[in-house]
Design a protein around this ligand. Structure first.
Ligand code: FAD
Length: 436
């Protein structure tokens, strides 16, 4: 039995195969197609949606790891990375080569293949998703053929939901590595709902509780070489000191405090708003310096279900206010705050931030609490503000919604007909949002 990270999705694949090389993947796809079975590549299972669920064949890419080459030019370096590489491994391999992702991602566990398929993003007004960094892709298509994706098809393939094939390797644009200073600070909710907050910091995010007037925020700025703000030689030590100083209360995803809120929620749900207000009041400002991916690293304190929506950026403030009021009025406040992030417009035809500056709103419900009423309430509000759900998150999105919200869907379907004419990679979850 396969289960995803949150425990909310399960399936019993006919088989789980772990090919060791490209021809092994081609063979798996060909054999499954001959038997009329569907094929689903699976990464770290960190998606909350049913995208990785199948009763066909699961393809585990964990043998496809590591950076296989450096390319591009001195000004615009690129790296070739195998699709089963986890983001944590990718960050460390890039650091070892004095390189980094331009748009930092905070979670280590997802694989490159899974993160690209769903358009994984961080937060910064000028920062796009990991998919946007793709300059080349190699995959095995639905006929078992090894293909380098043509430049004209790249905007279909960079965020494909796994519908076009099993991605084996991606070439990513990267930047020279650098150090950054991250600050975690409490701020008035009104301040983070103002555009000025998001334009003041290249990396920024906020977390807000329906009942609290204070948001928990986090922002980061790159440091120049020998910047006077870079007051430590050892990022690891700084991060440790930061944790022991109480960042757990101050952090936008503060671990202990949020874990505590979840315990309160299970035992005494009526006390959640009061506990959340106390967490926000206790928050203190703390800073740390180090490589960007390390200072942003924030492993989750608890397991949860999530819905996250990409809204037009101009709608972020109004939608958030309406959402917070709706959750408070309907007594649906939980121990995890609503998370706000921003991102640049994406070229990927199926990326939720396609062609528009985006404000991301995520609602999380700890495991053990009935998530349906909270998530359903959030869907109603966020959909009404022009939202498109993150493909990895839970939603009630339909193929009709995709057709209305994604103007390049017809182009994506044309590419899909070429790469997977027999729909070897189809699943019910894909059919629900992309059609047959
Ligand atoms: C605690 C937590 C924090 C998160 N934080 C963020 C965040 O900050 N930003 C964000 O955007 N998302 C976030 N997510 C969601 C996360 O980005 C995605 O779930 C994750 O990127 C998927 O990677 P995975 O390896 O787990 O893929 P899986 O969930 O296993 O698979 C996801 C999809 O990718 C496809 N796929 C996997 N490998 C391949 C391949 N080689 N070729 C083709 N298709 C493939 C699968 O078929 C499936 O359709 C978070 C999730 C969790 C649980």
């Amino acid at each position: 039995m396969w289960t995803n990270w949150s425990g909310g999705q399960q399936c019993r694949p006919t088989a789980t195969v772990r090919p060791l090389d490209d021809s092994g993947v081609s063979g798996v796809v060909r054999r499954a197609a001959d038997r009329g079975q569907s094929v689903r590549p699976v990464g770290a299972g960190h998606s909350f949606s049913a995208l990785a669920v199948t009763d066909g064949v699961h393809v585990d890419l964990s043998a496809f790891r590591g950076v296989t080459g450096i390319g591009g030019s001195e000004d615009r370096p690129t790296v070739r990375v195998r699709a089963g590489t986890t983001l944590g491994e990718l960050h460390e391999e890039l650091t070892a080569r004095d390189l980094a992702l331009e748009a930092p991602l905070e979670l280590a566990a997802p694989t490159l293949g899974g993160a690209l398929a769903v358009g994984m993003h961080g937060s910064g007004a000028g920062l796009a998703s990991l998919s946007a960094a793709v300059v080349g892709l190699r995959l095995v298509d639905g006929r078992g053929r090894l293909r380098d994706v043509a430049p004209a098809d790249l905007d279909a393939a960079r965020t494909s939901l796994g519908a076009l094939g099993v991605v084996l390797e991606a070439e990513l644009a990267v930047v020279p590595a650098g150090r950054a200073r991250v600050t975690r600070a409490p701020r008035p909710v009104d301040e983070v709902l103002d555009d000025g907050f998001w334009s003041a910091h290249p990396v920024a995010e906020a977390a807000v509780f329906p009942s609290a007037p204070t948001a928990l925020t986090r922002w980061a700025h790159p440091l120049r070489v020998q910047d006077p703000d870079d007051d430590t030689d050892d990022a690891g030590e700084t991060e440790e000191r930061e944790r022991s100083l109480g960042v757990t209360v101050a952090g936008a995803t503060g671990r202990t405090a949020l874990g505590g809120a979840v315990v309160v929620e299970r035992a005494l749900p009526g006390l959640v708003p009061r506990f959340n207000r106390a967490v926000s009041r206790l928050a203190r400002t703390v800073s740390a310096t180090g490589p960007m991916h390390r200072v942003l690293s924030s492993p989750p304190a608890v397991r949860y279900e999530q819905t996250e929506w990409a809204l037009p950026r101009y709608a972020l403030a109004a939608a958030t206010r309406e959402l917070l009021a709706a959750l408070a009025d309907d007594h649906l406040e939980v121990g995890l705050p609503v998370r706000l992030r921003v991102g640049a417009p994406e070229s990927g035809w199926l990326h939720p931030a396609h062609a528009r500056a985006t404000g991301w709103v995520a609602v999380r419900v700890p495991r053990g609490t009935d998530h349906a009423p909270v998530l359903e309430r959030a869907w109603r509000v966020l959909r009404d503000h022009g939202g498109r759900p993150h493909w990895a998150s839970r939603s009630d999105w339909t193929v009709e919604d995709t057709a209305a919200a994604y103007p390049r869907l017809p182009d994506f379907r044309r590419v899909r007909d070429d790469y997977d004419p027999d729909r070897v990679f189809a699943t019910p979850a894909l059919a629900a949002v992309l059609g047959d």
